[in-house]
Design a protein around this ligand. Structure first.
Ligand SMILES: NS(=O)(=O)c1ccco1
Ligand SMILES: [Zn+2]
Length: 266
């Protein structure tokens, strides 16, 4: 059966059909801040990005959450730990059944209410995101920790579209441009390490860049995320979640192992 986040098809079953999920370069991880090494080479090449808000095309219910697909042209992410130029492909979010959990990365064991992922691919070396996903330097994901607080105006543009993608496979045009840059924190300090996609097939092709400063989102906005359904309209609910609501879609942390964890900025 299709992978998901329930007991029957959740993270601890993924390795059965996706052996990479049992690899040694998996994500997410717990960020043990005492282990992080500050790196002058990161400080010397500031992270820089350019996004085109008008290029946010469609939002889709993947069955595992919502995802905004972007026309990569015109976007770019360079600097920090990255060699070459990366282009934005899509962004999405992970959350939990209550706001005491839901982020994928944890910081010194602490979970946040949710985590936003901006997925980029190495356009200096590869033709598209699909190809890039098969190489260790193919992808970069900017991670933003979300904590409960004020309503997030930019994310509200996503939430307003959720009723029209309530069931798996449904998608709709994003009419009001969403600016990914407006969803990033003010201070650009971050941790970075080599990891993987946090969903099957869990390719070990991601340079993770996780911002240190959390961004606020309201309880009502988190509740809207949980109203998405993991099954198609007209089909009965396959997952044993409470009437197929996507109440939680985060992967628990995996061991960092011998990987280096670097940081930039305080
Ligand atoms: N969750 S994530 O950002 O690692 C991702 C991107 C594409 C698939 O999974
Ligand atoms: Zn993700």
């Amino acid at each position: 059966a299709e992978w998901g986040y329930t007991k029957r098809n959740g993270p601890f079953t993924w390795a059965k059909n996706y052996p990479t999920a049992a690899g040694i370069r998996q994500s997410p991880v717990d960020i043990d801040t005492a282990l992080a090494t500050s790196d002058s080479s990161l400080e010397s090449k500031p992270l820089r990005w350019k996004y085109v808000p008008q290029n946010t095309r469609t939002i889709v219910n993947s069955g595992h959450g919502w995802r905004v697909d972007v026309d990569s042209e015109g976007s770019e992410l360079v600097g920090g730990p990255l060699e070459g130029t990366y282009k934005l492909q899509q962004f999405h979010c992970h959350w939990g059944s209550s706001s005491d959990k839901g982020s994928e990365h944890t910081v010194d064991g602490q979970s946040y209410a949710a985590e936003l992922h901006l997925v980029h691919w190495n356009s200096s070396k590869y033709a598209d995101c699909g190809e890039a996903a098969d190489y260790p330097d193919g992808l970069t994901v900017l991670g933003v920790l979300l904590k409960v607080g004020a309503k997030n105006p930019e994310l509200q543009k996503v939430i307003d579209l959720i009723p029209s993608i309530s069931h798996r496979g449904e998608k709709t045009e994003v009419k009001e441009a969403i600016d990914p840059a407006k969803m990033l924190p003010k201070t650009l300090s971050y941790w970075t390490y080599l990891g993987s996609l946090t969903v099957p097939p869990c390719n070990e092709s991601v340079t993770w860049i996780l911002f240190k400063e959390p961004v606020e989102v309201s309880e009502e906005q988190l509740a809207a995320f949980r109203s998405l359904r993991c099954y198609k309209r007209g089909e009965e609910c396959p997952c044993d979640e409470v009437d197929g609501l996507l109440i939680s879609n985060y992967r628990p942390t995996l061991p960092l192992g011998t990987r280096e964890l670097r940081e930039c900025g305080s």
